[in-house]
Design a protein around this ligand. Sequence first.
Ligand SMILES: Cc1cc2nc3c(=O)[nH]c(=O)nc-3n(C[C@H](O)[C@H](O)[C@H](O)COP(=O)(O)OP(=O)(O)OC[C@H]3O[C@@H](n4cnc5c(N)ncnc54)[C@H](O)[C@@H]3O)c2cc1C
Length: 390
Amino acid sequence: MSASSDPSLLDEIRSAIRKICGDFPGQYWRQLDQERAYPTAFVEALTASGWLGALIPEEYGGAGLNIQAATVILEEIHAAGCNAAACHAQMYTMGTVLRHGSDEQKQKYLPAIADGSLRLQAFGVTEPTSGTDTLALKTTAKPTDKGWVINGQKIWTSRAEHSDLMLLLARTTPRDQVAKRTDGLSVFLLEMKDLVGRGITIRPIRTMLNHATTEVFFDNVEIPADALVGEEGQGFSYILSGMNAERILIAAECIGDAKWFLDKATQYANDRSIFGGPIGQNQGVQFPLAKAYAHMLGAELMVAKAAKLYDEGAAHGIEANTAKMLAADASWEAGEACLQTHGGFGFAEEYDVERKFRETRLYQVAPISTNLILSFLAEKGLGLPRSYGK
Ligand SMILES: Cc1cc2nc3c(=O)[nH]c(=O)nc-3n(C[C@H](O)[C@H](O)[C@H](O)COP(=O)(O)OP(=O)(O)OC[C@H]3O[C@@H](n4cnc5c(N)ncnc54)[C@H](O)[C@@H]3O)c2cc1C
């Protein structure tokens, strides 16, 4: 067992996170939700306490914790009724730089990301016309005398307005000229703040939840040669290598959401008295909650297994994807049972249930939709023919 999966350390993490979250009650999130505003004070509190640098090795100024510890951080944030989506990318997007960046890039960026003076929160992969089919993306990076020039468009680039840096995936070799179908895409680390208004345009997208997501346009954006991360043409595999960590961490957020919904529903079912007794004494109210609880407990085990395998460096693709799907299903089921338990009050903003319900729905679609996980499991887990991107 590594030091950062020691149960007493994990307990300490849980109580430290709970303490921070105690300063950000439902009222805080409700108001932000109404205004579609960014939770700056919450993100600053997590940054100041060092939690967003949890996965950065100590030699670069981070806490050097592992994924198991990071799942505890994110789960607790969500179980406390908060939402980590405003800043979770600061924790894991740097993984691509850590694993594939040059020494110069690591020295330059990782310590600043660890202390929060630089925010790497924007991850530009999805495009309007390619969607899940990442290899069909159209944004290009072409070599120039001084570096690269970027043209194209990204969509759903979350937190771009609250980030100094962006990790961008762009095509550097036309699709019909690559030896392998997965070749020809490259990853760049853009000092985005300097480029807004100089070729980069960011447009917020208003969504059903408060998520600070945007579309980003690139019009002849010039970037230096040393913005390239790793080897040219190998970007797709670099991005894939970070996606399992993201799936495990977001699965942990879903477990946190499920716990919040179940706590809230149980409290309400015990307190609300109708027909002369608590509504929670009726099996029609209990059973959907008990079922959601059982599914949450099962999903929680899979998240723990995926995180452990990841930390051990063992194969974990099946487990990471399964964890993401089961946890997203568990949080959605718990949300549905919680809302139903609250009857009409579930729809009232002041109970926070409808807000969390909207927030947790996202995880059926992003960062990977359930269908694509099922396709992956059918192929890699069961050996059925590949159904997509042949
Ligand atoms: C709020 C929000 C934040 C996001 N943040 C980011 C971000 O920061 N960076 C980023 O790069 N992306 C981000 N995304 C994008 C997200 O990852 C994509 O929305 C998601 O991967 C699905 O892509 P799509 O929306 O283009 O759907 P499509 O690919 O168009 O799919 C639409 C539907 O068809 C289904 N489908 C597609 N192909 C198949 C198939 N072969 N078999 C079965 N079903 C299929 C999908 O499951 C889905 O239900 C975000 C999205 C949202 C909504």
